[in-house]
Design a protein around this ligand. Structure first.
Ligand code: ACO
Length: 320
C-alpha cells in the first residue's frame, strides 16, 4: 500500500486589500468589533474568477513539486463559488495548466471541501487508483456577499490554495482522517440559490443565512469528535502533536481547538487576520504559509480540523 506524500503547495491571494476600517465606511461596524469577535483585520477581494485564482495556485504547487502538468492524473477543486455551474472549475484548471491527462471534478462540502478532497485523494492514492493528484481550494466569496449585511459581509474573503499529492513509499502525508456531516444542522448555514437564477433577480448578492452561535457550538462538537477519532485510530494523543493547522473561520474557535489539542500559540497556524474566512481556501493557504515560514519541520505531526455548511466536519493527522 502506498502513502500520499505532499510534494507541492502554493497559493493565490488577490492583491486588493479591504480593511475593517474600509468596511466601516459603509457598514455600521468597527475595526474593534470585527477584531475582537473574529480576529480578522483585513481580507482580499478578487477582480478575477474562482478558476483563475485556482489555476495560479495550481501552477505554484506544481512548480514546488517540480512536476510536469501532464503527469497529474486527477484534479479536485473544492469550491462553493464556481464561476459557472457547468462546466466545473476543475476542467478550467485542467485547460489553463495543460494537465490533459487528468480527470477533473469539483467538490462542495463548503468550508470543509479542501479537507474532504485530501481525504478522498489520499484514499485513492493509497489503493493505487491515482498516482499524482492536484487538490485545490478556491473561492470568490466577495462576489456573492450581500454588502449591506454587516453580520456576514465582515467575515469572508477571496483566495485559493493548492497541494500536490504523490504516491510514495515514505510513511508521510495524511495518515488518518475522519469526515462527517451533521445534516440536522443543514439550516444553520445556508445560501439558498438553488437552480432558479431569476428567482432572486440576480445582481451578485445572495441570501447568505447563518446562525453564528449555533455553528460555533456544532463546529466545536464535530471537530472534537473528529480529532478524538483520529487519536483513537492512530494511538496518538495531544502530547504527540507538533503543529495545529485549522480552518480559519474565527480566531476564538482556533484558540479553543489549540487549547483542546494542547498546542501552544507559536505552533498554531493563524492567518485569519490577513484573509478572513476564505472557506475551502483557508486550509491550503494556511499550509502553504506554514511551510514557507518554516513553522512546519520535517517529521512534524500536524493536526488539522475543519467545518463548514452541511454541517460538514473533519480532522486529520498529517506527518510531514
Ligand atoms: N459589527 C458590529 N456589530 C455586529 C456585527 C458587525 N459586523 N455583526 C453583528 N453585530 C451585532 C449583532 O447585531 C448583535 O447585536 P445585538 O446584540 O444588538 O442584537 C451583536 O453584534 C452580537 O451578534 P452575534 O451574532 O451574537 O455575535 P457573536 O458573538 O455570535 O459573533 C460570529 C458572530 C463572529 C459570526 C460568531 O458567532 C462565530 O464566529 N460563529 C462561528 C463561525 C461562523 O458562523 N462563521 C460564518 C459562517 S461560515 C463558516 O464558518 C463555515
Amino acid at each position: 500500500m502506498k502513502f500520499a506524500e505532499i510534494t507541492g503547495w502554493g497559493k493565490c491571494v488577490p492583491p486588493a486589500i479591504m480593511t475593517n476600517n474600509d468596511l466601516a465606511t459603509f457598514l455600521e461596524t468597527s475595526d474593534e468589533w470585527i477584531r475582537s469577535r473574529t480576529g480578522i483585520e483585513e481580507r482580499r477581494v478578487s477582480a478575477v474568477g474562482t478558476s483563475t485564482m485556482a489555476a495560479v495556485a495550481a501552477r505554484n504547487a506544481l512548480a514546488a513539486a517540480d512536476l510536469d502538468p501532464l503527469e497529474i492524473d486527477l484534479i479536485i477543486v473544492g469550491t462553493c463559488t464556481a464561476d459557472e455551474i457547468i462546466p466545473n472549475v476543475a476542467s478550467k484548471v485542467q485547460q489553463e495548466i495543460g494537465a490533459k491527462n487528468a480527470a477533473a471534478f469539483d467538490l462542495n462540502a463548503a468550508c470543509s471541501s479542501f479537507f474532504y478532497g485530501m481525504h478522498f485523494a489520499t484514499s485513492s492514492i493509497r489503493i493505487g487508483m491515482h498516482k499524482k493528484v492536484l487538490i485545490i481550494g478556491a473561492e470568490r466569496l466577495t462576489r456573492i456577499l450581500d454588502w449591506t449585511k454587516r453580520e456576514s459581509a465582515v467575515l469572508f474573503g477571496d483566495g485559493a490554495g493548492a497541494m500536490v499529492l504523490e504516491a510514495s513509499d515514505n510513511e508521510v502525508g495524511l495518515l488518518s482522517s475522519k469526515v462527517s456531516c451533521d445534516a440536522d444542522a443543514r439550516d444553520v448555514l445556508s445560501l439558498d440559490f438553488g437552480m432558479s437564477f431569476d428567482r432572486y433577480n440576480f445582481d451578485g448578492a445572495m441570501p447568505f443565512n447563518f446562525v453564528g452561535q449555533e455553528i460555533f457550538k456544532r463546529a466545536v462538537k464535530g471537530m472534537s469528535a473528529a480529532v478524538d477519532g483520529v487519536f483513537q485510530e492512530t494511538g496518538l494523543s495531544v502530547d504527540d502533536i507538533d503543529v495545529l493547522i485549522p480552518h480559519q473561520a474565527n480566531k476564538r474557535l482556533i484558540d479553543f481547538l489549540a487549547k483542546m489539542c494542547k498546542v501552544p500559540e507559536a505552533k498554531t497556524m493563524v492567518n485569519i487576520q490577513k484573509y478572513g474566512n476564505t472557506s475551502s481556501a483557508t486550509l491550503p493557504i494556511a499550509y502553504t504559509e506554514a511551510l514557507e515560514t518554516g513553522m512546519v519541520k520535517p517529521g512534524d505531526k500536524i493536526i488539522s480540523a475543519v467545518f463548514g455548511g452541511g454541517l460538514t466536519c473533519g480532522a486529520g493527522l498529517i506527518k510531514w
